[in-house]
Design a protein. Structure first.
Length: 148
């Protein structure tokens, strides 16, 4: 397995995985929209996408990071917004390798932290996050304001 930065040649494969990721979170499939979204992220350079590939160029998972900052720490951080592994490749260490690659990327970038959120019921993901060193934030409640 190889984990590397995604490039423009990966848009279609990443978009397919991204569309399945969205469906996992109960969104309707929208491959055209997913492709446009991933293409825009790469073109605008406002996210970093790491991909895991098996065999020659078959992408089996991805993680997407967005830059952020901590005012209190006065430091850069990354939001680990998306992690997805194709169902056929789960349980084989792909997610863990992607999480480690995301951590290594953030360290090399000089970030102070990686932040992520997941559904309270996503026990499988929580086990992975804790296994690679993430700690549940028990000091802060996080809120969301959906905008029209």
């Amino acid at each position: 397995m190889v984990v590397r930065l995604a490039n423009e040649n990966d848009v279609k494969a990443v978009a397919t995985l991204f569309d399945r990721y969205r469906q996992f979170y109960r969104q309707h499939s929208n491959l055209a929209g997913s492709t446009a979204f991933i293409r825009a992220r790469q073109a605008q350079g406002d996210s970093v996408i790491l991909v895991a590939s098996m065999e020659v160029r078959r992408l089996v998972g991805f993680v997407q990071l967005y830059p952020s900052f901590s005012s209190v720490r006065m430091a850069k951080g990354w939001i680990l917004n998306d992690l997805f592994v194709d169902a056929r490749w789960r349980g084989q260490g792909v997610g863990e390798k992607l999480m480690i690659a995301a951590r290594d990327f953030a360290v090399q970038d000089g970030a102070a932290a990686l932040w992520l959120a997941t559904e309270k019921s996503n026990a499988t993901a929580k086990r992975l996050y804790e296994r690679v060193g993430y700690v549940l934030d028990e000091d802060f409640d996080h809120y969301e304001l959906n905008l029209p």
